[in-house]
Write a protein that binds this ligand. Sequence first.
Ligand code: PLP
Length: 446
Amino acid sequence: MTPYNFNMDHHWLPFTPNRSFKQDPRVFVAADGMHFTTHDGKKVLDGISSLWCVTAGHNRKPINEAIKKQLDTLDYATAFQASNDQAFKAAEMIANMAPGDLNKVLFCNSGSEAADTSLKVALAYHRARGEGHRNVFIGRERGYHGVGFGGMSVGGIPANRKAYGTALLPRVDHLRFIHDPVNHAYIHNQEPVWQEDILLELENRILPLHDASNIAAVIVEPVAGSAGWYLPPQGYLKRLREICDKHGILLIFDEVITGFGRMGVNFGADYYGVVPDMLNFAKGVTNGVIPMGGVICSDRIYNTMMKANEGAPEHAIEFFHGYTYSGHPVACAAAIATLTLFKEEKLFERAGQMGTVLGDAMHRGLKSLPTVIGIRSLGLAGAVEMASIPGSPGKRAYDIFMTCFHNGVLVRPAGENIVLCPPFIVEKEHIDRMVNVVADAIRKHA
Ligand code: PLP
């Protein structure tokens, strides 16, 4: 192991096997463009936009400059009972990018906070309109909505839930997962067409079980990202919208991953032509450089909450919710600069174009390899799925991830998948390198 000059005794690493990490640390000390530099001086290609965040690439000067300027102008100001100019500007830009009547932005600091914020808005909204009994949430198996108690409860990743027992929200149900490994193992830039209507389960089982009149909201990721880039069946989200409308249920899209260009357009909602009632975002909104998240709510939700307070005194707060750092001026300055950069460099269009290059390369280079049982690509992201090692779930993907890292490419292990989701500035030669390194690692661990 290469020597290092930092003490690793005190940092408890998140979502990381801490014991083995210390035997073989992966520590970045610098980054630029598509690459990191590690503590021992190696270059590593960022094949995952640093967990779907750094979509414009690392060390982007316009973002860095905007942050520095903001620090020297207004470093921080309380978010409660006052605000800052950058927060209004950032909210306007985000609302202008969002589809339909999604016009009101509640800022927070992460995707987890966005999930919990959206669930709280749903409850408060229904209560404001005299339907406070609507308190059941519907998530989906293998959905990921962060690690707060709300997000965990509607989330459907067993390992994230299993330790928390009755601390999870009590009135939650889950839609079945959206993958058919037999008929739709290999998908490239197309929507899987199912013979079966998998939302009949919602109409025929879940809604009657809880009674539709008790259901507050359904929350889904348009494409299941953290589970390993699983694509919804054709027409699924439209039909989900129709069912929710029919029963007065709010529809929340968690677009922490699919938002801000990953699908080649502003949001997954635009890609699928479905407008939710709330849209959660985080990660790419600031290029990952400063933490920020948020929920874009419909005018209808906002107006209902305001109207419910019509007779209330002037000092009455309409929604008792917020974070000390909601709309932090430095984060908002980073968001403004990031969204401007996306536009100036037409990065979403580029993500769409390079997505085809990535998908082509993955299907061509990985499909015939031993243990590979599926490849799904859409937008600038793709996942290759391998057969599980009996008795050791996730081990093969972890071993492949480690081998790729040692060969200079950062990939994402997700269950039995390896996910590639590079920054939008990716070039074909980077994609070829990523796919070749993944192919070698899959062969090695077959
Ligand atoms: N929602 C989705 C869809 C995500 O992919 C993630 C993180 O990957 C989150 C929520 C949680 O975001 P954070 O880690 O910023 O809390």
